[in-house]
Design a protein around this ligand. Structure first.
Ligand SMILES: Nc1ncnc2c1ncn2[C@@H]1O[C@H](COP(=O)(O)OP(=O)(O)OP(=O)(O)O)[C@@H](O)[C@H]1O
Length: 354
């Protein structure tokens, strides 16, 4: 099912939670909504599910206006992080539940529901748990049952809100691989919410990075990692060092900064901001260097430093300890930046085509 979202806005009280969302999801795509807490991910998912309504905008699925449909008419499978399974029902009955409450005309017979539940339990590799109650399952097993319940109605769209959020790291990794397999086998258009970058990048075909109710960037993992579209995405992707620089003829420069490893940038001459990851910075002792080592710590494998410039700029650096120069607190240094993204201070004026 293709999903077309255009101009979607939503305001709670006096807060704009979604500020104009435009998004196209391809049929059968596995899409991640990634962003910090409060960026509007869950609200967007709920609007697609029919659990919230936008103030403005369009939502079409296979060309059909879904804002004209109630939640139960949308055939959606929904899994929340803290999805409460019915504690008094067995795994089999939990999975069959969605089918057993369909309107009379569409409801399969009891035997058909049991057969569908059996088929799903085999597919989800939980058939040995059929007669257990949720209280007798591990967290990972419960998530599989929740997914089984969502899949039972053969959803047109599958929506997952932090499906593995409450589980520990090793189980999350297993379930991730397993979910990818389930997605490939069912071919359902799937959107999942996460604030875990690794989860988003490993699982999804494309990642939508959200910040404060806006889509900041949509793309594949490598593009978002290497070429963040906005300072927000750069910071969110770990480029926490921000340094003021000046662009001259496509080259950035700054006091005590060696930026010769960076490619040319397509920015006009003038002030700009450089964003880099601490692991992409190196220091070199330099008696004339304007930077000073402020703090110095070793994790054994890595040196972690902070350096400060008299102009007020500061930077964190992580570098392999092996081969690192001998440094002490207060030592003058220069910084070499091995990879970075640079954004102009002022918005770039677009040339208008005539
Ligand atoms: N029903 C509601 N009434 C008022 N404010 C709400 C309501 N639901 C969400 N919000 C607010 O909307 C903003 C976005 O919430 P949302 O749950 O969509 O964010 P999120 O990106 O999913 O965050 P998280 O990762 O923490 O789940 C938050 O500031 C939240 O407090």
């Amino acid at each position: 099912m293709s999903i077309e979202i255009a101009g979607l806005t939503k305001r709670f009280d006096r807060t704009d939670v979604l500020r104009g969302i435009d998004l196209s999801v391809e049929p059968g795509e596995l899409l991640a909504l990634l962003g910090p807490s409060g960026s509007g991910k869950t609200t967007l998912l709920k609007i697609i599910a029919g659990l919230e309504w936008p103030d403005a905008g369009r939502l079409r699925v296979e060309g059909q206006d879904w804002l004209a449909l109630a939640a139960r008419e949308r055939r959606i499978g929904f899994v929340f992080q803290h999805y409460a399974l019915f504690p008094h029902m067995t795994v089999r009955d939990n999975i069959g539940f969605g089918l057993s409450v369909l309107p009379r005309g569409q409801r399969p017979t009891r035997a058909q529901i049991a057969a569908r539940a059996d088929e799903l339990m085999a597919f989800l590799q939980i058939d040995h748990l059929a007669d257990r109650f949720p209280g007798q399952l591990s967290g990972g097993q419960r998530q599989r049952v929740a997914l089984g319940r969502a899949l039972a109605i053969k959803p047109r769209v599958l929506l997952l809100d932090e499906p593995f959020g409450a589980l520990d790291a090793a189980i999350r990794r297993d379930l991730r691989r397993w979910l990818r397999g389930v997605h490939e086998a069912t071919g359902s258009t799937t959107i999942f919410v996460t604030h875990d970058q690794e989860e988003a990048f490993e699982l999804a075909d494309r990642v939508v990075v959200m910040g404060e109710g806006r889509i900041e960037q949509i793309g594949h993992a490598d593009a978002i990692h290497d070429a963040p579209a906005t300072p927000f995405v750069a910071r969110f992707m770990g480029a926490t060092v921000q340094l003021p620089v000046t662009v001259m003829g496509g080259r950035a420069q700054g006091p005590g900064l060696d930026l010769s490893a960076l490619p040319q940038v397509a920015l006009r001459d003038g002030p700009a901001q450089l964003f880099a990851r601490p692991a992409d910075l190196r220091v070199a002792p330099d008696a004339d260097g304007p930077w000073r080592v402020q703090t110095l710590a070793s994790t054994g494998a890595e040196l972690r430093l902070t350096v400060a410039h008299p102009g007020g700029a500061e930077a964190e650096i992580q570098m392999p300890r092996r081969g690192a120069p001998t440094l002490s607190r207060g030592a003058p240094v220069t910084l070499a930046v091995q990879a970075a993204t640079i954004f102009a201070d002022a918005p770039i004026e677009k040339e208008t085509a005539r």
